[in-house]
Design a protein around this ligand. Structure first.
Ligand code: FES
Length: 361
C-alpha cells in the first residue's frame, strides 16, 4: 500500500501490516519513539487524514483524539493506502500537554490515598513587639508546629534572609514544608508572600540512557499538568551504559557526565515550566528514576564497580539530596528522591515501573 506523509509529501510503498513508524522511516522521515515503540510514552502521534490503519486501544488517547484520527505510529499498522499527517514538534508538544493533563499521580491511579511529602500552609504571624520579643525563627517555628503538629527546621540559606523576608511579607506567608525525610521533623523549603494561589509543583523524571522524560505534577490535586522530553546529552559520550561507565573513569569524565544529564533535565524542566507559564524555581520536589548507572551518574557517584565482578553499586537506596547540590535549576532546597534500585542491573527504573503500573498492589 502507498502511505503518503504530510506536510513533507514523502511517501513509501509498504506491505500490509507495516507499522506506521516503520513506513515513515522507509519514506525517509524520522518519528521519535522515546519509549522504544512500546506504546507507553504517547510521543509518536500522527493523524490519519485519509485511509485506515489498524490500532489497538490505547489509554494515551482520548476518545476525541481518536475520532479526529490521531494514532500512535509505533502501534498502528497499515491496512490500505493512507495519507498521514506528521505534526511538527510544537503541535506534538501541545498534544502531549493535553494528553498528560488526563493523567494523575501514581497513588491516585492505583486507588491509594494521595499524600505528598510537601505541604503548603498559610500563616499569619504576630509581629514582634515589646511584649512578645521572641526571635523571628522561634515565632515561625511556633506557628508551623501549631499547624503541622511537628517541629520544622529551617536551613541556613533561608534563615539568613528570614527576618527581612517575613517583614517584607508583612508577617503573612505561605510556607512550603517537606514532611517526608523520615525523621518526623519537617523542613522549610520556601516562603511566599500572603496566601498564594500558585500550584504546588513537583516533577517526576525518567532518566533514560537515550532520552529524559519529565512530568510536572500538581502536588495538591495529584494531576499531571504536562510532560516534556529531550535526548540525554550524555549520548555524546557513549550510547550505552558500559561506554558511559568507561568514559566516567577518565579524567573529569564523571563530572562531565553528571553535568550533561543535569543540563538535559534542566532543559526539559524549563520547557515544562514554560508550558504552564510558571518558573522552574516554583518546582519544589523532584523524583528521578533510571537504571543503576544512570542514577549513579545523576548523583555523581562513581559507577565503575557496576561493570566489575561482583557488580556492586555504591548505593541501592541513595540518600535524599537537595536540588542545589546537584545543579538542578529548581528551588535549590527542593528534596530530590532517587528511586531505589534492586541490584547493579535491576535499577530504579524497574522499581518505578512496578509502582507506576500498580503491580505492587
Ligand atoms: Fe512511545 Fe509510540 S514511541 S508510544
Amino acid at each position: 500500500f502507498q502511505v503518503a506523509f504530510a506536510p513533507s509529501g514523502q511517501s513509501a510503498s509498504v506491505p500490509k501490516g507495516t507499522l506506521l513508524s516503520d513506513a515513515a522511516t522507509q519514506a525517509g522521515l524520522t518519528i521519535a519513539t522515546p519509549c522504544g515503540g512500546q506504546g507507553r510514552c504517547g510521543r509518536c502521534l500522527v493523524r490519519v487524514d485519509r485511509g485506515e490503519v489498524s490500532q489497538p486501544d490505547n489509554p494515551h488517547l482520548s476518545r476525541e483524539q481518536q475520532e479526529k484520527g490521531w494514532v500512535l505510529s509505533c502501534q498502528s499498522r497499515v491496512t490500505g493506502d493512507a495519507v498521514v499527517h506528521v505534526p511538527p514538534k510544537k503541535e506534538l508538544q501541545e498534544l502531549a500537554v493535553r494528553m498528560a493533563a488526563s493523567k494523575v499521580a501514581v497513588p491516585l491511579a492505583c486507588g491509594l490515598p494521595f499524600q505528598p511529602a510537601l505541604q503548603r500552609v498559610f500563616l499569619e504571624l504576630p509581629p514582634p513587639s515589646l511584649e512578645d520579643s521572641a526571635a523571628v525563627l522561634d515565632r515561625l517555628q511556633r506557628a508551623l508546629q501549631e499547624r503541622l503538629g511537628r517541629r520544622v527546621s529551617v536551613s541556613l540559606p533561608l534563615l539568613r534572609n528570614l527576618a527581612a523576608t517575613l517583614r517584607s511579607f508583612d508577617w503573612q506567608v505561605s510556607a512550603t514544608v517537606h514532611l517526608g525525610n523520615g525523621s518526623g521533623e519537617g523542613e522549610l523549603i520556601d516562603l511566599a508572600p500572603g496566601r498564594t494561589r500558585a500550584p504546588l509543583l513537583g516533577t517526576a523524571v525518567d532518566i533514560g540512557t537515550t532520552n529524559v522524560v519529565a512530568e510536572l505534577v500538581d502536588l495538591r490535586s495529584g494531576k499531571v499538568l504536562g510532560s516534556a522530553s529531550a535526548r540525554n546529552k550524555q549520548v555524546l559520550r557513549g550510547e550505552d551504559v558500559i561506554s558511559r561507565i568507561v568514559y566516567s573513569q577518565g579524567p573529569g569524565g564523571l563530572e562531565e557526565l553528571q553535568a550533561l544529564v543535569v543540563d538535559t533535565i534542566n532543559e526539559v524542566l524549563s520547557e515544562l515550566a514554560q508550558q504552564q507559564n510558571r518558573s522552574t524555581s516554583e518546582i519544589h520536589e523532584l523524583v528521578a528514576a533510571g537504571n543503576t548507572t544512570m542514577m549513579h551518574l545523576f548523583l555523581g557517584l562513581p559507577p565503575r564497580h557496576i561493570r566489575q565482578e561482583p557488580y556492586v553499586p555504591t548505593a541501592s537506596h541513595p540518600p535524599l539530596v537537595r536540588a542545589g547540590e546537584l545543579g538542578l535549576a529548581i528551588n535549590p532546597l527542593a528534596p530530590v528522591y532517587a528511586m531505589p534500585s534492586v541490584a547493579a542491573y535491576v535499577g530504579g527504573d524497574i522499581t518505578a515501573g512496578v509502582l507506576s503500573s500498580c503491580l505492587f498492589k
